[in-house]
Design a protein around this ligand. Sequence first.
Ligand SMILES: [Zn+2]
Length: 282
Amino acid sequence: MKNTKASSSKVKNFEPGEHIRVVPLHHPKPSVSIDEQSQRRREGDDHELFDGKPHPASANAKLTYRNGPLLENAQVFTVFWGNLWGGTPISKDIMNKLNQFFADILVSPLIDQLAEYNVSGKAIGHGTLTGTNLINANAPVGSVTDSMIKKQLKKWIQTKTVPKNTKNTLYFIYLDPGVISILSGSKSCQNFCGYHNNVGNVYYAVMPYPTCSGCLGGMTAFDALTGTSSHELCEAITDPVPGAGWYDDVNGEIGDICAWNFKKVDGYTVQLEWSNEQGKCV
Ligand SMILES: [Zn+2]
């Protein structure tokens, strides 16, 4: 990726390129005008300037296609990996509601709007929730790195704990409250709120439970989870191998450009996504 001022202000604390996989933190800050923001950027201020209001998308954002795979009809399988999931009525309720969220959102206008990113031989259409599993075995305590996730996911596939991946499978792995996700030394709730990635042709997203203001953004945990999950879902559909699908060298993936701008679809909080056709977040 190019090391521009705009990207360096976004990727601080990340290895080059790592920001493309993640939902960044929501940082309520004292209100500053867009003029002041660009002024500070010109002055090289490295702080992330976010005032809690809709974050202005870069006017010249443009995703270009890099010839990699797309998820044409996403088959989402959810994994609740932890010792706490399912142990209380509240956590059971959130699990059920998250599964219902995927069942509903995968056939919703949120997916329809991604059709502008169809390419020759690859058409993005509705997906399905193929199943879910509550897994306590080897549940991480304290923290879990991305390499541990990759290893575990491969083992789950081998042992048929999760269905074998197809070209459209996307595993969503939800962690227990208090378990920190670590990606290249960056940590959830300090540096990011969730990410998607791949190990070969196995595509997955890791969703730590939001317990900090930077990942709750003033919302309930469930709304924050659907918001960040929708961010990763749309990114994984349009760029399942990060940087090899639809990508913008300066601004990142489809969801990064519009981070922390939300709307309601079918009653769920979901994030706006960048539209090349309309030149804005929609
Ligand atoms: Zn992202």
